[in-house]
Design a protein. Structure first.
Lengths: 334, 276
């Protein structure tokens, strides 16, 4: 069991309010991702749940029990840190055994859990090495192993993949997702990478300046962003946002249209523009098209084979059913 | 930093380093040399460097007259005891300063160090009175406490600088793994800080070993360490330099050997964690 509930939780460091009053429920077995730009308070929020920081006001409940004043050691949560935070003076085996040693798990049970975790994480051959002798990916696996053997009610991940190279990151992303499917334990995952958020989450919590901007499934956030911030943050490349006369035509302060929802033509269309930089990714091509009415170039997705020369004229047609409208406060207009 | 080091420059700096080294070592060298001379040769003018009759007589006399082993044992007991006690008190203190600092932590550290600026004689009276009142004069326990107190600021400072090099996330990981404060310090922090603790211990053993003001003032016979052993050959004996030198050599030999074998740790300790 691992339902986590935050009620009116705030955190201030001196005069700085890092977390504004905030309510959030993460259901048992859910994979929740906290995402936002740096300084949005996502790591602080995770540390409040972990108990590594004291909350300034409010209540944290784990499985319905008030955990606000319970020290981290007693909350029954496991955490994987960005820096892995392995114990450098202990072998991999002892690192993984440490939480069980603290919980006074019998030796034969410890051994059994270490073996099974090592097998699941491909660490069997490295159990007697020190963390210093392992690669980044292996260290990350040890950190995960150390979290698994505790059989926690929830896992907390603090940007666990940001120290890995791109190829390894994709692999580890899959492994963590698979682990979640297998264990069916609540996981809270902090990242600044919206791709990680989109690919892994059941529920995404978008944070900015200590406020929750939106909570929802990846597709909900993608299809119905509540405001211009979420619209710009979720999706890659990001949504085109246009203000001024074109927006007025749709009775909005800002209109948004994703690159994949614009049709491109060399002969006719709604908006005329000039082709700027093209990015050929193989599977797709992104054209940055400069239109007179827009301050920034409009990004358009086309098929990988499509080629347009720099400076040539094109016509863009946004698909009406995919147009997002926002008011002067940046909030979505239905 | 690529810098062309000319041979001349190398010769000059090496020469200077040797000169400074020899200058510092000379008193020790001279003491050891004198201990092998006769009393007459010891005060000969011009001084004799090598052309004298080497003799072990002084060592024999010193050994006969006083119980070296008892002084040695007292020194080991007092230096070791005060360092151990200091470490036990300083580890939690340095832990809190390094990992849960408050606004005043820096001030507290500086204040602690400032007590080292007070001349020891300034508190001789109050300490002596306390010793008399609680029957601590000439006891191991009393001396261990006093030496521990005067070295405590240095121990805390050194441990503080070492602990600061340990990433806080590792301690947080221990907390998440279910370790209480005691387990965190015992199983995670201390093993990681072993090199730092070792050099702190070493430096403090040396400081306590050589401490003479308190050991001379607060002991007489029972708890007197090697500093008192040397002192007993200075004043009443007048001009017996050779015997005094023999006593000094015997007093510094153990710590000199200890220092020689642990040079690397000591250098790290003395640079206060500046060299990683």
């Amino acid at each position: 069991m691992g339902q986590i509930t935050l009620q009116q939780v705030t955190k201030s460091f001196g005069d700085v309010d890092v977390i504004q009053p905030l309510d959030l429920t993460i259901e048992d077995g859910e994979f929740a991702v906290f995402v936002g730009p740096s300084g949005c308070g996502k790591s602080t929020l995770l540390r409040l749940i972990a108990g590594l920081e004291d909350i300034t006001s409010g209540t944290i409940k784990i499985d319905g029990n008030d955990a606000t004043d319970i020290p981290p050691a007693k909350r029954g949560l496991a955490m994987v840190f960005q820096s892995y935070a392995l114990y450098p003076h202990m072998s991999v085996r002892k690192n993984i055994a440490f939480p069980m040693r603290m919980a006074k798990v019998p030796a034969d049970e410890q051994e059994r859990r270490i073996e099974s975790a090592a097998k699941a994480l491909n660490l069997t051959d490295y159990l007697d090495r020190r963390p210093g002798q392992l690669s980044g990916g292996q260290r990350q696996r040890v950190a995960i192993g150390r979290a698994i053997v505790r059989e926690p009610s929830a896992f907390l991940f603090d940007e666990p993949l940001s120290n890995l190279d791109a190829a390894l990151r994709v692999g580890m992303r899959m492994e963590i997702s698979e682990l979640h499917k297998k264990l069916e334990t609540t996981m809270i995952y902090v990242t600044h990478d919206q791709v990680e958020a989109m690919t892994m989450a059941d529920k995404i919590v978008v944070l900015r300046l200590g406020n929750i901007e939106q909570v929802g499934s990846p597709l909900e956030l993608y299809q119905r962003p509540r405001n211009t911030f979420v619209a710009g943050f979720i999706g890659s490349p990001k949504m085109n946002q246009i203000q001024g006369a074109e927006a007025d035509k749709h009775n909005a302060h800002t209109i948004g249209i994703r690159p994949e929802h614009i049709d491109l033509s060399e002969t006719d269309g709604t908006w005329k523009g000039t082709v700027g930089v093209s990015e050929h990714l193989g599977s797709d091509t992104f054209f940055h098209v400069q239109c007179d009415f827009a301050a920034e170039p409009i990004t358009v997705r086309a098929t990988g084979e499509r080629a347009l020369s720099y400076g040539s004229d094109v016509y863009l047609t946004p698909r009406a059913e995919h147009l997002h409208r926002f008011d002067a406060q940046g909030l979505r207009i239905e | 930093m690529a810098r062309a080091v000319t041979t001349r420059r190398k010769v000059i700096t090496t020469g200077a380093a040797w000169a400074v080294g020899l200058l510092i070592f000379f008193p020790i060298y001279w003491t050891i040399l004198t201990s092998f001379k006769t009393e007459a040769q010891a005060i000969a003018n011009p001084p004799l460097f090598f052309s004298f009759d080497w003799t072990l007589e002084n060592y024999g006399v010193v050994q006969e007259r006083s119980d070296y082993m008892r002084f040695l044992w007292n020194s080991i007991f007092i230096a070791g005891g005060s360092t151990l006690l200091g470490i036990i008190i300083a580890v939690p203190a340095a832990w809190s300063m390094a990992f849960v600092p408050s606004k005043r932590t820096k001030d507290i550290l500086l204040w602690m160090l400032s007590t080292k600026m007070l001349p020891a004689v300034g508190v001789l009276y109050p300490i002596s009175l306390l010793f008399v009142k609680y029957n601590l004069l000439d006891t191991h326990g009393g001396l261990i406490v006093v030496l521990m107190l005067i070295n405590l600021p240095i121990i805390v400072w050194m441990l503080y600088t070492y602990f600061r090099e340990i990433p806080g996330e590792i301690l947080e990981a221990a907390r998440m793994d279910g370790a209480g404060l005691k387990e965190e310090i015992l199983y995670v922090l201390t093993p990681m800080a072993i090199p730092g603790i070792a050099s702190t211990v070493l430096l403090n053993v040396i400081l306590a070993w050589n401490e003479a003001f308190w050991t001379l003032n607060l002991t007489a016979a029972k708890a007197a360490p090697l500093t008192a052993f040397i002192a007993s050959y200075s004043s009443p004996e007048g001009l017996f330099y050779a015997k005094l030198s023999a006593a000094s050599t015997m007093a510094i030999a153990p710590i000199l050997i200890l220092g020689w074998f642990s040079q690397k740790q000591l250098v790290r300790g003395l640079t206060f964690g500046a060299v990683k």
